[in-house]
Design a protein around this ligand. Structure first.
Ligand SMILES: Nc1ncnc2c1ncn2[C@@H]1O[C@H](COP(=O)(O)OP(=O)(O)O)[C@@H](O)[C@H]1O
Ligand SMILES: [Mg+2]
Length: 272
């Protein structure tokens, strides 16, 4: 049965959507795992990147219809072999209204709705990645309560761990209250400014707090990763038929991240 991963931080612009789109791509294309991305952000950034990745000019079925009808199957868009998407657009800004009209005065049902909707889909995928907006909201609650694992993105150039710390604390609160299976799978150090140095003080502070949860791989600024926002994720080949070096480098860092996360998962699941 597939595992569900939510990528989070209560801050915007830290690299959450980049991590979701790249990890899902690597999971599907390099690992050949059947992978689904669920975009829970009404801004639809992951949706746009993946639509371009699959050369689709538009995504017709979105998550909003799935939430309204009570079945997400008709909201799935096929992107690449092994990679599917449940996309979002601005219509999904009304999530709270949809939840209240479906489950008036039943807050538990409102925040566990995605978990219910995913039940029939879990068997069909090896990995399901959820992208969320950076708020404590019905979006993050539904995502966390549907997830087995949280992957946290940590901005190493920020002078504080605020967004990540708040996220982990809130996750633990929700896990205790509603979903005991939810665990932190790993914390990805990300650095989004060009030419910057990794803030070793922040990284050390994070290691003191969260120990082995912090990945050794650091996702540094790469112009090519930025370009994928506009062009979609791709692997170019040059005139001699070899793979484009910048694409290889951009993909490799997320192959490394996924490998480390897999190792953490084996440990948490009691394997070697
Ligand atoms: N490693 C990276 N190198 C270069 N640009 C990046 C990198 N990670 C993210 N970005 C860019 O930074 C911006 C914010 O990233 P995004 O993933 O959308 O953040 P979030 O989802 O947390 O708001 C985007 O324009 C994205 O392309
Ligand atoms: Mg985002």
């Amino acid at each position: 049965m597939g595992k569900v991963y939510v990528v989070g931080n209560f801050k915007g612009g830290v690299g959450k959507t980049k991590a979701v789109t790249m990890l899902s791509y690597v999971s599907a294309v390099n690992r050949h795992l059947k992978t689904l991305v669920i975009d829970l952000d009404p801004q639809g950034n992951a949706t746009r990147v993946l639509a371009k990745t699959g050369n689709l000019s538009e995504i017709s079925a979105t998550i909003t219809e799935g939430f309204e009808s009570g079945d997400l199957r008709n909201s799935i868009t096929h992107i690449l072999p092994n990679l599917d998407l449940i996309g979002a657009n601005t219509a999904f800004r009304n999530l709270t209204k949809i939840l209240i009209s479906k489950f008036p005065e039943d807050e538990d049902k409102q925040i566990t709705y995605l978990n219910e909707l995913l039940k029939p889909l879990r068997d069909e995928y090896d990995a399901i990645y959820i992208d969320v907006p950076p708020t404590i909201s019905d979006y993050s609650d539904n995502a966390m309560l549907a997830a087995d694992y949280c992957i946290i993105v940590l901005q190493t150039q920020e002078l504080s761990l605020d967004g990540a710390q708040t996220y982990i604390a809130y996750m633990q609160y929700l896990a205790d209250a509603y979903n005991n299976r939810l665990q932190v799978l790993g914390i990805i150090p990300c650095m989004l400014k060009p030419g910057g140095r990794v803030d070793n003080k922040v990284l050390q502070q994070a290691r003191d707090l969260y120990g082995g949860n912090i990945l050794d791989t650091i996702v540094k600024y790469q112009e090519r990763l930025k370009v994928y926002d506009v062009e979609g994720i791709h692997m170019g080949t040059n005139y001699s038929g070899t793979q484009d070096g910048w694409d290889v480098k951009a993909h490799q860092v997320f192959i490394d991240v996924l490998n480390e996360l897999e190792t953490h998962k084996r440990v948490l699941e009691g394997g070697k």
